[in-house]
Design a protein around this ligand. Structure first.
Ligand SMILES: Cc1cc2nc3c(=O)[nH]c(=O)nc-3n(C[C@H](O)[C@H](O)[C@H](O)COP(=O)(O)O)c2cc1C
Ligand code: SF4
Ligand code: SF4
Length: 309
């Protein structure tokens, strides 16, 4: 088995940023190790390069960076490689639903499996969950690292402002670099088998989460650009014509205008924040986040890098 694969899930870019840095760290090591190898090896890695070109130009040729999306999971991936790194945000001391589904729907044959989680404060039982999912697939988890980053759960914690914002970005960079070095050295560490408090919090959150999208409101400033649809990792948004609540023709409701606007599928939404935080018109409102509030995304990640469709 050969190759390095980094699977990431990211709403506001923190995880994509960390995944890219880790790719650079592991890619350099691999490039140095393969210097002087036969032409066959070079051709094999060239294939991976072509696939990566769509994702980001900064990723080294020897590393495959793959976004975890609803479409990827439906394809039931078979993950076979030397090194696999899973980069994800911790949600309510556990895993985003899409990451759970990725672990459930995939098969794994990996020599060295690592998990890196960005978070606002604490990852809780995230790594414990991964360990349990992988155990069912007869795959070991060799390494886990927590990378404290900017908190993006603004509904509850509000927006991180300066100077804390810069401190958090700096901390993310330092912790990512440290994790990258440990990964390059194939470090092994221990993950706890059970974290009951985290498991309870996560269970309650997942039960409540289904109702959250019902509270998303799309304001008049929406111009129907479809960005929210194209960046949603969970494929939870469809673009539809709205009905005019007042106007009817022969008793049938008529279309409001020519614009299509987002409609949220409650059961699919992971509450990742992407649509709300990236909307160029700040047209998506949810609880305390209004069109006038600030928005957050990692400053060194471009929205096009997160487009899925
Ligand atoms: C729904 C939700 C739940 C979250 N729960 C936690 C949590 O339990 N602990 C924590 O430290 N951060 C939590 N966060 C913060 C994110 O894990 C953190 O900001 C992460 O870096 C975001 O990554 P991204 O920018 O790649 O989406 C939560 C964020 C969201 C959207
Ligand atoms: S909500 Fe925002 S991102 Fe979505 S279509 Fe409207 S303007 Fe575009
Ligand atoms: S609908 Fe918005 S919050 Fe929900 S998963 Fe999609 S992008 Fe994330």
């Amino acid at each position: 088995m050969d190759g390095i694969k980094i699977y990431y899930f990211s709403g506001t870019g923190n995880c994509l940023w960390t995944a890219r840095r880790i790719a650079e760290e592991l890619g350099e090591e691999r490039t140095a190790a393969t210097d002087g190898m036969t032409d066959n090896t070079t051709e094999a890695t060239d294939n991976i390069t072509e696939a990566d070109d769509n994702t980001t130009s900064q990723v080294p040729k020897s590393v495959e960076l793959v976004a975890i999306t609803a479409e990827l999971i439906d394809a039931r991936p078979a993950v076979q490689c030397d090194v696999c790194v899973l980069v994800f945000p911790s949600y309510a001391y556990g895993l985003p639903t899409l990451v759970r589904r990725f672990l459930k729907n995939s098969t794994f044959k990996v020599n060295y499996f690592a998990a890196v989680s960005t978070c606002g404060s604490h990852t809780g039982g995230s790594f414990t969950s991964i360990k349990r999912f992988l155990k069912k697939k007869k795959q070991a988890l060799h390494f886990a690292a927590e990378v404290r980053s900017v908190e993006n759960y603004v509904h509850i914690f509000g927006f991180t402002k300066e100077p804390k914002l810069s401190e958090r970005l700096h901390n993310q960079a330092e912790k990512t670099a440290a994790a990258g070095e440990l990964l390059a050295a194939r470090t092994v560490n221990k993950v706890r088998n059970f974290r009951p408090f985290s498991a309870l919090i996560n269970l309650l959150f997942r039960a409540a989460k289904c109702a959250f999208p019902l509270f998303y409101k799309v304001k008049k400033t929406c111009n129907g650009c479809g960005l929210c649809y194209s960046i949603c990792p969970s494929a939870a948004i469809t673009m539809v014509h709205e009905k005019d609540k007042k106007a009817r023709k022969s008793g049938v409701m008529v279309q409001k205008d020519d614009l299509k606007r987002p409609k949220f599928a409650a059961m699919k939404c992971d509450h990742c924040q992407a649509c709300m935080q990236w909307c160029p018109k700040r047209a998506i409102k949810f609880m305390r986040v209004t069109p006038r509030s600030l928005r957050y995304h990692h400053p060194e990640v471009g929205v096009n890098e997160l487009r899925k469709r």
